[in-house]
Design a protein around this ligand. Structure first.
Ligand code: PNW
Length: 519
């Protein structure tokens, strides 16, 4: 089935509008771009770095598109100075990057590798010279392979002490220069894609009924121990803050019927609440505890105390939205990469996802639904009231802009960012305490199992020559960051509000597209 070509990132508005609108952001709102070590650094076996689970995963036939891997990536390991210069020339005030565990601690534990200490300190020094505020993610999916070999990584409780030691090493080596710490990036991806559908390292899918829950349990405990360590030994002296980043696409009930509303809530519980509830409220969501029984590990009273209150801000990565209904019979969900997934974790949730056929679609085939970000921020505000506010630590889209000429006019991404930023602005006006927005990503990079086939950057990378070229979206975003204001076409603003499926309008499906727009 062919999808209608999207003329713009947002969906079609009823009344074409002319002119522009300007939206101002709160004083001190933080703008920046984000990356992750495995996706950009390269230098995979240089400077003392040892293998991580992604090196191993990439080497297995059929796991990654075109058998790509992160061995060279954007060669940021050698080109970081040029990359910081580019950020500076774009006037981007902040930069979120991640530290490679197997670079800093090549045996997974013990003393830090001096070459890695130098590399990240050099990067932090460059950022300081450029007056760019650094935010460091401690774990963005690249567990040292030796720990996977030794005790099955996140499946073992042993990982908790090793992660705590790794995090403490980061604080002591870099905490004078970096004041903002994110313990984990998207633990949902590490656990569900790593242990339930096997699309990500370590690529396990044999026990989707228990292993994702076990891995998540150890990640939450690792996070809490690392935060305690930061607070006990570093926070006061270094004057920084620490928290976690979770990924959640908005889940909207397809109808006002109770069973659809409950299904939408389950979808939020099984992804966001799974991690956010223990951290903000002290335990897993009740829906999960009831349905999973013993398959969901439980926290002792002491552990609950340790975990609660361990995120000083709410890091949110957000990309898309879906309607949710209660499935009739066993629901088959489709993974982000289009694979049908069922069993264990996927059955436990009992949700069916429905997209509106009139949504624009990115090159990942993810629906472009700017208003979802507004709902998402408002939900987090209401549910968790994060003390240090919400930081949107990733948002962006893939565009098929391999050709640098196309990249220089990436209108689709420009409109995507405008629409999402406009809806984030609405959330702020409605009382959501959103304090930062990071575009994913600073540059095109290794998009995990999809290799180099998907481009998320606001800077284009020519992988043959490693030439960097800012896209039109980089220029647009740079202007937003510098003025702390978004000026966008009224038509794009109107489109960002587009809502098709009216609550209560019945069980709409993808076949309900209006005439002329059917697939
Ligand atoms: C995030 N999903 O991954 C990661 O933090 C980035 O490293 C990645 O490049 C970026 O988003 C784009 O994919 C996600 O299934 C992986 O909804 C999966 C999902 C969302 C984000």
């Amino acid at each position: 089935m062919k999808r209608p070509a999207a003329a713009s990132a947002g969906a079609v508005s009823k009344k074409p509008a002319s002119g522009t609108k300007t939206l101002s952001f709160p004083k001190n709102f933080l703008w920046g771009s984000a990356t992750a070590a495995y996706q950009i650094e390269g230098g995979a076996f240089e400077g003392g770095r040892t293998a991580c689970i992604w090196d191993t995963f990439c080497a297995q036939p059929g796991k990654v598109k075109n058998a790509d891997n992160g061995t060279k990536a954007c060669d940021h390991y050698h080109k970081f100075k040029e990359d910081v210069k580019l950020m500076k020339s774009l006037g981007l005030p902040a930069y979120r990057f991640s530290i490679s565990w197997s670079r800093l601690l090549p045996t997974g534990r013990g003393d830090p590798n001096p070459e890695a200490v130098k590399f990240y300190n050099d990067l932090l020094d460059e950022l300081k010279k450029a007056k760019i505020k650094p935010l460091a993610t401690i774990y963005h999916w690249d567990l040292p392979q030796c720990l996977e070999d030794e005790y099955d990584g996140w499946l073992s409780r042993k990982v908790i002490d090793d992660f705590e030691h790794y995090a403490a090493t980061c604080f002591s080596c870099f905490g004078e220069k970096c004041k903002d710490w994110i313990t984990f990036n998207e633990p949902w991806c590490s656990t569900v894609l790593g242990y339930a559908n096997g699309e990500m390292a370590p690529g396990k899918k044999e026990k989707p009924d228990t292993e994702p829950y076990l891995a998540a349990h150890h990640i939450i405990l690792s996070h809490a121990k690392a935060v305690k360590r930061y607070r006990d030994e570093f926070k006061e002296k270094q004057g920084g803050q620490i928290g976690i980043t979770l990924n959640m696409d908005w889940r909207h009930p397809l109808t006002e019927e109770e069973n659809d509303k409950a299904a939408a809530q389950r979808a939020l519980d099984w992804q966001l609440g799974w991690f956010a509830d223990p951290i903000w409220k002290g335990d897993y969501p009740e829906t999960m505890r009831k349905r999973c029984g013993d398959r969901l590990p439980s926290f002792t009273a002491e552990e609950k105390e340790l975990i609660k209150g361990t995120s000083e801000f709410f890091g949110l990565n957000h990309y898309s939205t879906a309607y949710v209904c209660a499935p009739k019979g066993q629901a088959k969900t489709v993974s982000m990469w289009g694979n049908v997934q069922a069993g264990g974790y996927f059955d436990d949730q009992e949700v069916e996802l429905v997209d509106d056929p009139r949504w624009g679609r990115s090159d990942m085939d993810w629906g472009v639904v700017p208003w979802g970000l507004k709902h998402m921020c408002e939900y987090i505000q209401k549910e968790y009231e994060p003390e240090g506010g919400i930081l949107v630590t990733e948002n962006g889209c893939a565009v098929a802009d391999d050709d640098v000429k196309v990249a220089k006019k990436d209108t689709f991404r420009v409109e995507f960012l405008q629409g999402y930023i406009a809806q984030m602005h609405k959330a702020i006006q409605n009382g959501a305490d959103v304090r930062a927005y990071f575009a994913w990503s600073l540059m095109d990079n290794f998009e995990w199992a999809l290799g180099y086939s998907k481009r998320f950057g606001i800077i284009h990378i020519d992988y043959e020559t490693q030439k960097r070229t800012p896209k039109q979206s980089a220029k647009m975003f740079s202007e937003v960051a510098q003025k702390n204001k978004l000026t966008l076409p009224t038509a794009v603003l109107n489109d960002s509000d587009f809502v098709m499926i009216e609550p209560g309008a019945g069980r709409a499906t993808t076949k309900d597209a209006p005439p002329g727009q059917k697939e």
